[in-house]
Design a protein around this ligand. Structure first.
Ligand code: PLP
Length: 402
C-alpha cells in the first residue's frame, strides 16, 4: 500500500471532536510554556516557518490566495494556535476545517475571516453555523435544501461552497448528476462563495477531474448558477500540478512544513520549513552491560557496554511505534537511533560508547533542526504517511508558540 494515501480521516475523529471550547485540550493554559524543568513532552509551534510556507505556496501558485486547511487540530499543531498565526496574513482568504466543533471553535477564538466547514452540517447545528458565518459545504444532494432551511431558521442566507465529486467518490455532489442540483442551488436563497473538488492524486486522473469540474461549472453557469471562486489544489497539486491552481489553493500539510509525499520531488521544487518541534527532556541515562535488553519484548539486546537515554514521550503522544525501525532523536548536535520499543510514554535511544547526553537535556523527535528528524524523514524511517506523523500528535500535548 502506498504510504502517501490517506488513511487518516477516520482515525483522528476521537482526538478532534472535543467540546468546542476546548479544541486543543491541554493540561496547561493554552499557549503556556511548560515549566522550564518539567519532564512532560511538548510541541513548539514555529510561526515564522508557518508563514514562510504559506507565502511560498502562494508564490508557487502564481500569487493566488490561500484557503488554509487547518483541520484536525491543525494537523496536530493546535487549531487556535495555527489560526492566530495564519489568519492575519494577507494571502489567507479563509480557514477550512472538517469538524463542526472546530469551525465553531475558530469563531469562539475570534477568527473573523471566512471559515469553511468541509463536511455535512447536522440539521441541529445548521442555524448556529449560519449565524456565525461558517460556510457550509454542499457535499451531498440533500445539502442544498438543508442549508437553505438552516438559513431560514437563522434568519439570514447561508454562505455555502459547493463540493463537486469529480472522481474521489468520498463526499460531494457527483459531477455527472450535478447539473440539476446546481440549478436547484441557483434557485434557493443561498449565498454561493465557491465551487470546489478534491483530487485523487493519481497524476493522470487529476487532469480528468479538473476537466470535469470546469465543464460542470461552465454548464451550470449557462443555466444561471454563479459558482464563485473555483478551487481544487491541495498541497500535492500545488507542487505537482500547478495548472490546477484555479482561483485559489487549498493546502494543508505543507503549511506545517511537511512535503505531501516521501518519495516525490517536492523538496527540489521549493523548501518548506517544518513549523513545529516535538520535544521531551532526557529523564535517565544508563549504561547497559552486554546481554542487557531494552523495554518490552527485549527487541534490543546490547552486545557491548552501551549508553542509553530515556525520553518520557511515547506512542500516546504520537511517537510512532515503528520508530524503532530507523527513526532518530536529536539531542544536542547529534541524532541517536530509537531502540527497543516505543511504549505508551517512553522512548529510548542508544547513545553509544559514551554518555553523550545528560538528564534534563532536550531531545527533539520531529522538527526542522536536522535532516534526520524532518517530518518526512521520520515518515520514511517508520514506513508511515507523513500525515500520520503530524496528525497523530496528541491534542493533549502542551503547545508553546515561539
Ligand atoms: C485535507 C484537505 C485538503 C488539504 O490537503 P493537504 O494534502 O493536507 O494539503 C484540501 N482539501 C480538502 C477537501 C481536504 O480534505
Amino acid at each position: 500500500m502506498p504510504v502517501t494515501r490517506r488513511g487518516f480521516l477516520g482515525g483522528l475523529a476521537s482526538a478532534a471532536v472535543v467540546p468546542r471550547l476546548a479544541a486543543t485540550p491541554s493540561p496547561l493554559p493554552a499557549g503556556g510554556p511548560p515549566a522550564p524543568d518539567r519532564f512532560d513532552p511538548w510541541i513548539e509551534v514555529l510561526p515564522d516557518a508557518m508563514r514562510h510556507n504559506l507565502r511560498l505556496l502562494s508564490r508557487l501558485a502564481g500569487g493566488r490566495p490561500v484557503m488554509a486547511v487547518i483541520k484536525n487540530n491543525a494537523y496536530g499543531l493546535g487549531l487556535t494556535e495555527a489560526a492566530r498565526i495564519l489568519e492575519p496574513m494577507p494571502e489567507v482568504v479563509g480557514l477550512a476545517v472538517v469538524k463542526t466543533a472546530e469551525a465553531l471553535a475558530l469563531r469562539d477564538a475570534g477568527v473573523s475571516k471566512p471559515v469553511l466547514l468541509l463536511a455535512l452540517a447536522a440539521e441541529t447545528d445548521g442555524p448556529e453555523l449560519v449565524r456565525r458565518g461558517v460556510q457550509l459545504s454542499l457535499c451531498t444532494d440533500e445539502a442544498p435544501r438543508l442549508a437553505a432551511e438552516a438559513g431560514r431558521r437563522a434568519g439570514q442566507r447561508a454562505q455555502v461552497q459547493v463540493d463537486i465529486d469529480t472522481g474521489m467518490n468520498r463526499v460531494g455532489i457527483q459531477y455527472h448528476t450535478a447539473l440539476p442540483v446546481l440549478r436547484e442551488i441557483a434557485g434557493l436563497p443561498l449565498d454561493v462563495r465557491g465551487t470546489f473538488t478534491g483530487f485523487t492524486e493519481d497524476r493522470a486522473f487529476d487532469r480528468e477531474q479538473l476537466r470535469r469540474l470546469r465543464e460542470v461549472a461552465a454548464a451550470a453557469e449557462r443555466d444561471g448558477y454563479r459558482p464563485g471562486p473555483l478551487h481544487a489544489a491541495s498541497s500535492d497539486a500545488v507542487f505537482n500540478y500547478p495548472e490546477s491552481a484555479l482561483d485559489l489553493i487549498r493546502p494543508g500539510i505543507s503549511l506545517f512544513g511537511a512535503y505531501p509525499s516521501n518519495e516525490g520531488n517536492e523538496a527540489a521544487i521549493a523548501t518548506l520549513q517544518p513549523a513545529f518541534r516535538l520535544r521531551a527532556r532526557v529523564v535517565r541515562v544508563e549504561q547497559l552491560r552486554p546481554g542487557d535488553g531494552v523495554s518490552y519484548g527485549r527487541n534490543f539486546v546490547a552486545e557491548r557496554p552501551t549508553w542509553i537515554a530515556t525520553l518520557p514521550v511515547g506512542h500516546t503522544d504520537g511517537v510512532p511505534r515503528r520508530s524503532v525501525d530507523g527513526a532518530r532523536v536529536l539531542i544536542g548536535e547529534r541524532t541517536y537511533a530509537v531502540i527497543g520499543a516505543v511504549s505508551a510514554s517512553h522512548t529510548i535511544v542508544a547513545l553509544g560508547d559514551e554518555p553523550t547526553a545528560r538528564v534534563g537535556d532536550v531531545g527533539t523527535l520531529v522538527g526542522p533542526d536536522h535532516s534526520d528528524i524532518h517530518p518526512n524523514a521520520v515518515a520514511t524511517a517508520t514506513g508511515m504517511s507523513v500525515y500520520d506523523i503530524l496528525m497523530h500528535l496528541s491534542p493533549t500535548l502542551p503547545k508553546t508558540v515561539l
